[in-house]
Design a protein around this ligand. Sequence first.
Ligand code: PMP
Ligand code: GLU
Length: 398
Amino acid sequence: MIFSKRVSGLQESATLKINAIANQLKLEGKTIINLTAGEPDFPAFDEAKKAVIEALEKNLSKYTPTPGVPELRELVAKKTNLQQPSLGAKPWKPSDVMVTNGGKQALFDVILTLIDQGDEVLIPAPFWLSYPEMVKVAEGVSVYIPSTFESHYKINSTDLKKSITPQTKMLIINSPCNPTGATYSKSELQDLGKVLESFPKIWIVSDEIYDRIDYTSEGWISFLEACPQLRDRTITVNGMSKSGAMTGWRVGWSVSPESVTSKLNALQGHSTSGICSLSQAAAIATLKLPPERFEVQRKEYLNRRNLALELLRKSAKIRVDEPHGAFYFFIDLSGVFVGNKTEQDANDFVQALLKDEQVAVVSGVDFGAPKCIRISFATDLKTLLSGCQKIVDYCEKF
Ligand code: PMP
Ligand code: GLU
């Protein structure tokens, strides 16, 4: 069978695949410690659940407007403006908001809308593994900007400048980052912003899906709050999956200049149309909650991070940087792949760990870091600590 060039090189999402394998093994009765899932272990908020029930009772079963129902677009614009007060006289309007089936669709649509064949998209590495696959579908070229453990997996203005060519059309920035937890400060973003000022053809996509899951002392900052001068060529992507703990209800969005939003609207109008009416009701209820309601989850993640980090750092064979946001540890196993193991990579480790210890983690290969693994701490503390202990012990035996 001949497939289109667009999809023939596409890889299945490694995060979703390993999660499905771990869940299948559990269904078969095996005891698996699943540290793969990039999704909160909390339920959705009670207010969100109630809103869905009310929406059902009101028979909200019809198509909704393609870019989202007005109340949700208004709440998203309000949330974004609160996070980007420096935009001052040019705040976002509800008409700049496009509601999508998760942040994933927002990113996919933005890339399809702005990237043509051969256009280069700059992606700091390690990166969330769906970005390069989305760029492939758009027939663009992913250009990775490497970062290191020593730089806390962040890029700087020199790294960025070196990677720009006449073909560069977009930079994707993701802070807090999946998989590393790296979180950029205001001055770090401003340094990147200064470089971008000289390249007016570059679009910036800021993936802010982990905005509320932040452990920095100075507080998380939105890209446009640090660089408001780039407003007219920045697209902010966010959603309810992580902060609203409703991954399965598929609510995300983009906020962009209206000219971009109208193209996104045209594209989505021919693909998925407006997202599920019930999910939008849940998102509206969640976005109305006061900030302290989200604090409960953030504090729980922080506690898990601290305890698990202490345990992981007991191993001399692995290196783990303290994640400043999101809910992942990105573990460098270079110290494990020594001697006759130098040819091996994280895929080998992940398979062996699952088989020998029944612990499921994600390989760093698809995140652009073949000697690293990612573990999620969006799981209960007991499971997390027991999984981390097994990983530490297994590094000695591998
Ligand atoms: N961006 C990043 C960095 C992610 O980790 C994810 C995966 N949860 C998404 C976007 C998309 O999430 P969703 O489609 O569930 O909103
Ligand atoms: N983004 C989450 C993760 O990285 C969920 C899975 C996915 O959508 O890739 O685990």
